[in-house]
Design a protein. Structure first.
Length: 256
């Protein structure tokens, strides 16, 4: 089955593919996001950095509708993500997300894990999906692991399976929420190399990360968050080399 047509909007590729305007999110009396403005152009790689508890993961989860907003606007390709009338399945096809935990099905092989959503949810042709899945596993350097089970893989390998699984939905945007946080140091590099290659191919990527060296090297723009606010943003050279806000300076002095 071919991909269904996306909802018609006035969006054009010269406009932000992701646009957040005055986004607020509260959990009970706790306001976690306090008016976030953020935009991402097609093909850009954006890194969101900041101390634990600053709202980074909540922010990234509002982009694909996993976390509903209390107020404000989140648009992807001109479509309001939190519109009750929006086809959530169409949205999830458009925006892939990879989490800190791999969330692979332990009783399914690597190939089956990658194929499941396009076949079972989107009802795509199984043979076509398998061809795409094998190609993606080769892309993430996992050729030969198609028949392995998750427990037979290292953490870095499992995370690369999770990336291939998201890519198999053919998204326009990829979100990465602390994808290296649960990995041993020697496994971090192989996952970051995979993301770096995606970025080089032009995939629009938004990453929440503690990997400052990676953010400095790969990202087009960096957003520093603290206490539910974007305190500072700009090119990596400016944010890391000449931060303007005292909170940014303090944070970077501890992690660089």
């Amino acid at each position: 089955m071919s991909r269904s047509a996306a909802p018609q909007t006035d969006w054009t590729p010269d406009q932000p593919i992701i646009a957040l305007k005055d986004v607020r999110k509260s959990f009970g009396h706790l306001e976690v996001l306090k008016g976030i403005d953020l935009h991402v152009m097609k093909g850009e790689v954006i890194c969101i950095i900041g101390p634990s508890g600053s709202g980074k993961s909540t922010l990234i989860r509002t982009i694909n509708g996993l976390t509903p907003v209390t107020a404000g606007s989140v648009k992807v390709e001109g479509q309001e993500v939190h519109d009750d009338k929006l086809d959530k399945l169409a949205l999830r096809r458009k925006i892939g997300i990879v989490f800190q935990q791999y969330n692979l099905f332990p009783h399914r092989t690597v190939l089956q894990n990658v194929m499941m959503a396009p076949v079972l949810v989107l009802h795509e042709n199984k043979r076509e999906v398998e061809e795409r899945a094998r190609s993606l596993l080769a892309k993430v350097q996992l050729s030969g692991k198609e028949d392995a089970y998750p427990a037979q893989l290292s953490g870095g390998q499992q995370q690369r399976v999770a990336i291939a699984r998201s890519l198999c939905m053919r998204p326009d945007v990829m979100l990465f929420d602390e994808v290296t946080a649960a990995l041993d140091p020697e496994m971090v590099k192989e996952v970051l190399v995979t993301i770096k290659e995606l970025a080089a191919e032009g995939m629009t990527c938004v990453l929440v990360t503690h990997e400052m060296g990676f953010a400095r090297e790969v990202c087009d723009r960096v957003y520093f968050t603290d206490a539910g606010l974007i305190v500072e943003s700009g090119p990596p050279k400016q944010v890391f080399g000449d931060p303007q806000d005292a909170r940014t300076k303090e944070f970077l002095s501890k992690v660089l």
